[in-house]
Design a protein around this ligand. Sequence first.
Ligand SMILES: C[S@@+](CC[C@H](N)C(=O)[O-])C[C@H]1O[C@@H](n2cnc3c(N)ncnc32)[C@H](O)[C@@H]1O
Length: 214
Amino acid sequence: MSIDNQKDYWDSVAQKKIFTHPINTNLLLQYIDKGAVIVDYGCGYGRIVQELLETGFANTTGYDTSLELINRGRNNDLPLHHIGDPSALLLDDNSVDCFILFAVLTCIPSNAGQLGLIDLLQSKLKPGGYIYISDYYLQDNEISKNRYAYLNNDPDNFGVFSLPEGVTFRHHTKEWISTLVKNFSIQNEDMIEVKTMNGNSAEAFQVLVQKQLR
Ligand SMILES: C[S@@+](CC[C@H](N)C(=O)[O-])C[C@H]1O[C@@H](n2cnc3c(N)ncnc32)[C@H](O)[C@@H]1O
């Protein structure tokens, strides 16, 4: 499995970036209880792990491929784990109640990488488990529209753009996100205003999807 990763970039900005997508813990409480096994995949410095623990979700941990981001969170005594390879997620199959996947798809430009990641998370989820995704559809403003491109000229892999600071991101067509989660059932969907980690206003989608019960 090949999941794209830009960990040198994330290590280089680990001390200065602030991540902001808000998590709706009241929504989560409608679907899982406080003893649920929650894994924040691509947890960064662990701000969501911290919030979930403070809310009472006692069985929450985080995994990320950036050692520098993980170390930043570990300074706050958070249960965060570094994984050298994105797919080296040492969790048993069918063992997780809910994955948090906040602003991580946007860091994985390729269709193949995103499909590989969702397959991986699906295999680790218990039947009936959830993935709570927060990410970006294509943004409706001129700056964004002018920079969106196809990855490797693939007509199915649209919305990719590179920033001068040395990272490639992706925003998504609604059709692509539907394809990505086609094996799951959508339980809840919201659109919210967020600030990107570079301080720009953007609209994010948040979707809670459920793995089939059997
Ligand atoms: C924009 S940050 C969001 C961090 C966190 N989810 C939050 O919202 O606070 C993206 C994170 O995804 C991680 N990441 C990017 N690609 C990854 C991959 N293939 N596997 C695991 N983590 C990845 C980065 O290291 C970074 O911590």
